[in-house]
Design a protein around this ligand. Structure first.
Ligand SMILES: *[C@@H]1O[C@H](CO)[C@@H](O)[C@H](O)[C@H]1NC(C)=O
Ligand SMILES: *[C@@H]1O[C@H](CO)[C@@H](O)[C@H](O)[C@H]1NC(C)=O
Ligand SMILES: *[C@@H]1O[C@H](CO)[C@@H](O)[C@H](O)[C@H]1NC(C)=O
Ligand SMILES: *[C@@H]1O[C@H](CO)[C@@H](O)[C@H](O)[C@H]1NC(C)=O
Length: 371
């Protein structure tokens, strides 16, 4: 019946239309990005595109720089206020694509500092812009994090050897289990290699007792490696990465930070039980999730051996890995990611102290790179 044909186009037709719309969407996005780039260059200064490009070129001619990537304002401020930072008096900053790139020195090293904003997308964008626009020889990322490792304390600064993004999932249908292939697994899009979280494992009765034979319609979540497109690879030919290692040379230098003395008091009356320390640890994890849940903290610790848990580091790591730029991350532990006995998350009390400690470690590291 022709009427029905018009009302309900065949499945295949819908797919063709969808892929057309998707292609158009990608093209429009590209246009917006490219156009946006020129718009910002025109708007952010009173000068035109060419002279802004000239500024970037002049900045780069005075490079290379250490790129410093900071997540949020409460982590950026103590760096800008630090006595080891001095801004470039002729050009203290340049605003590009909604980001502020600040120029100056930490100790004697030329730096470009950018604040990303919360989460993986923001961290990836800001880091990519930093290393694409500017001549950056290495990326130093720092900030605060939740702590999933009971060996460390709030206030300590963790320097992980590797980072993974743990927020890319294949959510398995109810009824399937570890022996069943995932959707699109055979084409290499998804894998069962990294492992999964079984949601029914966390079922409790109303009184909080574990129910061991429970089922849950939410079933299993399988962690996936990130698709990456390294600068020296073939464009559009994906590779995969789950754990991304920090630069070995930077990691070796960071060994000299382990005996640093860090701040242990919030104010004259509130101090941590012991003086915080710097630790090199095996792993850190990031996802677009503020983790404030004891069961999940313990799962992520036992599954991934994670110490810091945050929302940006793995994005910075993945960009640096793809652009072949050395990087390292310093994350000061501000809370127990839901694992503490306190009634509320500890971050409210310790955010300033932790941010200060992460900056202390960052600036000390920079003084060591230079020497
Ligand atoms: C740069 O440093 C000077 C001197 O410390 C200060 O007065 C000025 O506000 C700083 N500029 C920016 C943009 O941070
Ligand atoms: C679920 O719990 C069982 C029993 O504690 C454990 O052996 C298993 O590793 C857990 N599975 C997952 C995927 O978390
Ligand atoms: C830390 O160790 C280094 C050697 O690695 C030493 O030169 C320095 O004096 C030590 N600093 C402190 C505060 O103990
Ligand atoms: C010190 O900090 C704690 C935690 O934020 C706060 O409760 C307390 O009032 C502060 N004390 C002083 C003297 O400022």
């Amino acid at each position: 019946m022709p009427f029905q044909d018009i009302e309900k186009p065949s499945h295949k037709l819908i797919q063709i239309r969808l892929s057309y719309i998707r292609n158009m969407a990608v093209r429009c996005t590209m246009l917006v990005i490219v156009f946006g780039l020129f718009c910002f260059l025109a708007e952010s200064t009173s000068e035109d595109v060419v002279s802004s490009m000239g500024k970037i070129t002049r900045i780069n001619n005075a490079g290379p720089y250490l790129g410093i990537v900071s997540p949020n304002a409460y982590e950026l401020s103590p760096l800008l206020q630090s006595s080891s930072f001095s801004n470039d008096t002729t050009l203290p900053y340049l605003d590009i694509a909604g980001r502020r790139f600040r120029f100056g020195k930490v100790h004697n090293e030329k730096v470009i500092i950018v604040m990303t904003g919360l989460s993986m997308l923001n961290a990836g964008i800001a880091t990519q812009l930093l290393v694409t626009l500017f001549k950056v020889k290495g990326v130093l990322h720092y900030g605060i994090a939740g702590n999933a490792n009971s060996q460390l304390e709030i206030g300590d600064v963790a320097i992980p050897k590797s980072w993974a993004h743990t927020g890319l999932w294949n959510w398995q249908r109810y009824g399937d289990g570890p022996d069943d292939e995932l959707a699109l697994e055979s084409s290499g899009d998804y894998t069962r290699k990294v492992g999964y979280l079984k949601i029914s494992n966390y079922t409790v009765s109303e009184t909080g007792n574990a129910i061991t034979d429970a089922n849950n319609l939410l079933n299993n979540v399988w962690f996936q490696p990130e698709e990456i497109f390294p600068v020296d690879g073939v464009p559009e030919v994906r590779q995969h990465a789950f754990w991304v290692e920090v630069d070995q040379h930077y990691f070796d230098i960071s060994t000299k930070l382990l005996n640093m003395t860090l701040e242990g008091c919030v104010n004259s009356t509130t101090c941590l039980p012991r003086t915080p320390k710097v630790y090199q640890v095996e792993r850190g994890i990031s996802a677009n999730v503020y983790l404030d849940n004891k069961a999940h903290r313990e799962f992520m610790r036992s599954k991934f051996n994670a110490t810091p848990v945050d929302m940006e580091s793995a994005a910075v790591a993945l960009i640096c890995r793809q652009q072949k730029i050395p990087f390292i991350t310093f994350r000061a532990l501000s809370d127990l990611a839901g694992g503490g006995s306190a009634l509320s998350n500890e971050v409210d009390t310790y955010v300033t102290l932790a941010a200060q400690n992460s900056v202390a470690v960052l600036t000390k590291f920079i003084s060591l790179i230079g020497s």
